[in-house]
Design a protein around this ligand. Structure first.
Ligand code: TPP
Length: 200
């Protein structure tokens, strides 16, 4: 999977959405392709990947076949794509996957497994109480998990920095073996949809 393939997949989905072929919300990625390719170099087939509502790139990079992913998106499942066979769990609920990620990591540790959990979230999610609790718990218990915080500066349309009144986000200066924090400009697409107003 290349940067160009990732970008063109989202462009194809945007086109379908604008033609009213998808009757449910979609959340498209853009601007973080290189970072995602870098992160996925460390993710193996037997690792678990947990995501938010924006998970097309993660699904493709974890190996979900393009046609299967597209067909699920077309049938309205983009907001919470789950593939047990590819070990991917997504949720449209802010921070919804974080305690699940911690639970899977506990199970792996108890079974002395060699695999890991990779849990993606936006920077607004990372400021929530549930994220602080989950990350703290996993680090203190030395669980086999890695959190990836993807900072596009926005919480839907709200400026996250302004909302919380911070200069530096809680995990921005934190990077360690448990947390990766990166900033990107994802403004090519709006938070949800693809720029054309659609009424469901
Ligand atoms: C429990 C809950 N509260 C509110 C929402 C509405 N909501 C959807 S996305 C979002 C902001 C998320 O921002 P961030 O974590 O930075 O993710 P981004 O989409 O910018 O990557 C909110 C508040 C929700 N989906 N779930």
């Amino acid at each position: 999977m290349t940067k160009e393939e990732l970008i063109s997949f989202e462009a194809e989905i945007a086109e379908c959405f604008n033609r009213l072929m998808i009757k449910a919300p979609i959340h498209l990625s853009n601007g973080n392709e290189e970072k995602m390719l870098e992160i996925f170099q460390n993710i193996n087939e037997d690792d678990w990947v947990l995501c938010s509502w924006r998970s097309h790139y993660q699904c493709l990079l974890k190996g979900v076949p393009k046609d299967r992913l597209k067909s699920d998106i077309m049938s309205g499942r983009s907001i919470a794509l789950c593939y047990r066979d590819y070990r991917i769990i997504s949720s449209g609920i802010v921070a919804g996957v974080l305690p699940i990620a911690a639970g899977i990591a506990i199970d792996i540790k108890n079974k002395k497994g060699k695999n890991k959990v990779f849990c993606f979230m936006g920077e607004m999610t990372s400021e929530s109480g549930i994220a602080h609790e989950s990350i703290k718990y996993c680090i203190n218990k030395k669980l086999p998990i890695h959190f990836i915080i993807e900072d596009n500066g926005k919480s839907v349309c709200t400026d996250t920095k302004e909302a919380w009144g911070y200069d530096t986000a809680s995990y921005e200066k934190y990077p360690n073996e448990y947390v990766t924090y990166y900033k990107y400009d994802g403004s090519k697409y709006p938070h949800s949809g693809s720029g054309k107003r659609i009424q469901f």
